[in-house]
Write a protein that binds this ligand. Structure first.
Ligand code: B12
Ligand SMILES: C[S@@+](CC[C@H](N)C(=O)[O-])C[C@H]1O[C@@H](n2cnc3c(N)ncnc32)[C@H](O)[C@@H]1O
Ligand code: SF4
Length: 623
């Protein structure tokens, strides 16, 4: 019997005390396919699993006796994986090392000179290639270095969950909370240049069998697994099937309590069905709203990133249907895409705000080595990047420094400047985004912005002027903005952020969400509300009763530590700030009835936006 090490190392995920790890699904699915063949099953067995970042020396000892090591390389384990592979080859010279996965630099002609300890690579989908390699090994022949097979059309693959492959791993680690992956199709018909979805973008999608998917969900529920990651690029694209999967998940949650949450990417051209699915998930409290992955609304940029042909770009339409169904909407945007400018970014934000989308996640562009943008656009758009470590380490600077010393720190290439935005322009855009998230998404000025918008002033016009005013008149925001820039320069230099703004804990790239937490941590809510009111009076001559309501309501609207709205509060309006309201009374109540006991916990919830709009109370208006 030949022995095989299955190596798919990951970081811990979720809150530290949960001790959560991803089940090594990739290694599992590849292995299950191979051993479905009786000859392979008779000749090969699993020696050990590496599913987390064990110390390299320990991992090498654990792999003792293996004839073959199978490595899955992703952006989150590249350095560790190569360090382990090198050590494995040094320690066990006869071991055959086979590698595959989306972070493989297979286009590099010098790959095997760079990584001489790797015997064989698999490009793209791996099942057929791995089986072929195991058969080749069994026949005593040399393993070809480069292997690439056509994608399988019929995904009738055995499930590693259902074949019991993970049972011994789970038994051996009873204290781990496992996070499974649910794969129900592969591929994506779109070709967004920043993406490398399953190394199968711009390609036909292939489905797994529904029976397998439903049985896997049952297995997750039976094992009481809390959190599921779905791999779909376009969940909802297969109308009936995806709705059925969603129904099955939601039914289990309601009846049996599992799963409690999931991540998924939705179809871009089937808004109505996607919203029905989200409604199911919301009713089961698995999700808190619908996320529209807009990325940008600039026509030029959409063309540059090959993302013009999506209904989702008609954001007003989808937002309208979502509101009709009473589904909170948020969006995801990427800052620093090729062709984006300060002005085009403002246009995107204007569209988002006019569609009444309040919450948003803004990510800096990340360059993935096998994404089309990395392959063809770096020079074309002068994309300049830096290596950021902190995406994987929960802002644990000490651990990053240790792993840098060891040579195994994982990083992502993040945008620093482009041909359409030099670095200071990118930072200006970032500061405006930071301000807008605080002022609009986190509630600091939204009630006034909505009021003034109704008088014909665009949101971004209002917010640009307001930011300029505050930078000139409010010392705190000026010093935070200066620190914001300094902090970014430090990030570019070190790859991680070892400081914070003001009294905030260090939250690395999450700094873009810090304005309102900072206002709260410095106890300067009233000062900000006054300064914003003064601006509104000077610039737009907003009547005093409106400003009084704005200040009082915002103080109740923003969830503030020490001032929690534990019982609904009725507020009597003195103006038409909210339009026409019957009886002039509104009720304010907490959205989640969740009142952290310490300021730290409060801030962590707020800036990590664990639950959408967690930091905003509900204003219930009787119109
Ligand atoms: C589930 C998922 C997640 C989950 C769980 C991640 C995890 N750690 O397990 C969550 C939602 C948390 C997540 C987060 C992130 N993700 Co993610 N995620 C995925 C997703 C949707 C599925 C991955 C998967 O398990 N697929 C199932 C396996 C079976 O398919 P596969 O990976 O394609 O593997 C096949 C081949 O590559 C090959 N193969 C792979 N390994 C091996 C090994 C051998 C020996 C062989 C022979 C073959 C082989 O065979 C496999 C089967 O055919 C992919 C997109 C996609 N659909 O692939 C993105 C993807 C992997 N994620 C990506 C990224 C960038 C991230 C983030 C960094 C995003 C961010 N900036 O925060 C974070 C990092 C999280 C972290 N700290 O670990 C990128 C990775 C690109 C890269 N070069 O590695 C992908 C490809 C999406 C994209 N944007 O293009 N992610
Ligand atoms: C898991 S991805 C889902 C992508 C989804 N399939 C889509 O079509 O938009 C979630 C979010 O991450 C962000 N994202 C994806 N790739 C990125 C990249 N290369 N750089 C920065 N952000 C990215 C996007 O905002 C995206 O909506
Ligand atoms: S971003 Fe989404 S739609 Fe675009 S290629 Fe990637 S998975 Fe497909």
């Amino acid at each position: 019997m030949f022995k095989v090490s299955l190596i798919n190392p990951n970081f811990q995920t979720g809150p530290a005390h949960l001790n959560s790890y991803y089940l090594p699904y990739t290694a599992g699915t590849l292995w299950s396919y191979s051993v479905a063949d009786p000859v392979i099953a008779e000749n090969f067995e699993v020696n050990n699993w590496i599913f987390k970042r064990d110390p390299i020396d320990q991992a090498v000892i654990d792999c003792k006796g293996s004839d073959i090591a199978l490595l899955s390389i992703y952006i989150w384990n590249q350095k560790y994986t190569y360090a382990l592979a090198k050590k494995l080859k040094e320690t066990y010279p006869d071991i055959k090392i086979i590698i595959g996965g989306p972070q493989l630099e297979w286009r590099d002609d010098e790959y095997f000179d760079k990584y001489p300890f790797i015997d064989s690579m698999v490009i793209g989908e791996g099942e057929l290639a791995l089986k072929f390699l195991l058969e080749t090994y069994l026949a005593g022949e040399d393993l070809p270095q480069r292997n690439q097979f056509d994608r399988m059309k019929d995904l009738d693959l055995p499930s590693p969950y259902l074949t019991g492959l993970f049972d011994s791993l789970m038994d051996a680690n009873p204290d781990v909370e496992w996070v499974p992956t649910l794969e129900s199709d592969r591929g994506c018909p779109y070709a967004c240049t920043f993406c490398d979805w399953g190394s199968a973008t711009a390609s036909k999608m292939h489905k797994f069998y529904t029976e397998r998917i439903i049985a896997e969900i049952d297995w997750f529920v039976e094992k009481k697994l809390t959190y599921i990651n779905l791999t779909n690029s376009n969940f909802g694209i297969y109308k009936e099937r995806d709705f059925f999967i969603a129904e099955t998940i939601a039914k289990n949650t309601i009846e049996k309590g599992f799963p409690k949450a999931l991540t998924v990417s939705y179809a871009k051209n089937n808004n109505a069905l996607v919203l029905d699915i989200v409604k199911l998930f919301m009713d089961a409290q698995i999700q808190t709203g619908v996320t529209i992955s807009l990325q940008t609304a600039s026509v030029v940029v959409l063309e540059n990133i090959k993302r013009t042909n999506m209904k989702i770009n008609k954001v007003e339409d989808i937002a309208k249907i979502a509101r009709a169904k009473n589904l909170p909407i948020s969006t995801e945007l990427i800052l620093g895409l090729p062709g984006e400018t300060y002005e085009s970014w403002n246009e995107t934000l204007e569209i988002v705000l006019q569609a009444k989308i309040v919450t948003m996640d803004i990510f800096y562009l990340q360059l993935l080595i096998n994404a089309p943008m990395y392959i063809t656009d770096m020079d074309k758009y002068k994309l300049e990047t830096f290596h950021a470590y902190d995406y994987f380490y929960d802002f644990n600077v000490v651990r990053i420094q240790e792993e840098i010393k060891e040579g195994i720190a994982e990083s992502i290439e993040v945008i620093k400047s482009t041909s359409s935005m030099n670095n200071s322009e990118l930072l200006r855009t970032s500061i405006f985004s930071w301000f807008l998230i605080g002022a609009h998404s986190l509630g600091l000025a939204i009630l006034l912005a909505d009021y003034i918008y109704k008088t014909g002033v665009n949101y971004t016009t209002f917010y640009n002027k307001l930011l300029d005013y505050l930078l000139a008149n409010n010392k705190q925001i000026k010093s935070w903005a200066d620190e914001y820039i300094e902090l970014h320069h430090r990030w570019y230099k070190l790859g991680y952020i070892d400081r914070s703004i003001g009294k905030m804990p260090n939250i690395g790239y999450g700094t873009i969400n810090t304005l309102v937490p900072l206002v709260q941590a410095t106890d300067s809510m009233d000062e900000f509300l006054n300064d914003i009111s003064n601006f509104a009076k000077e610039e737009y001559n907003v009547p005093t009763p409106v400003l009084t309501d704005y200040k009082n309501l915002t103080n109740l609207y923003i969830k503030q530590y020490g001032k929690y709205v534990t019982e609904p509060i009725t507020y009597t309006l003195t103006s038409n700030i909210l339009g026409k309201v019957n009886s002039n009374q509104v009720v304010i109540e907490d959205r989640y009835n969740h009142f952290p006991e310490s300021l730290e916990d409060h801030m962590e919830y707020q800036f990590l936006s664990i639950k959408k709009s967690w930091g905003l109370n509900k204003i219930i208006v009787d119109k």
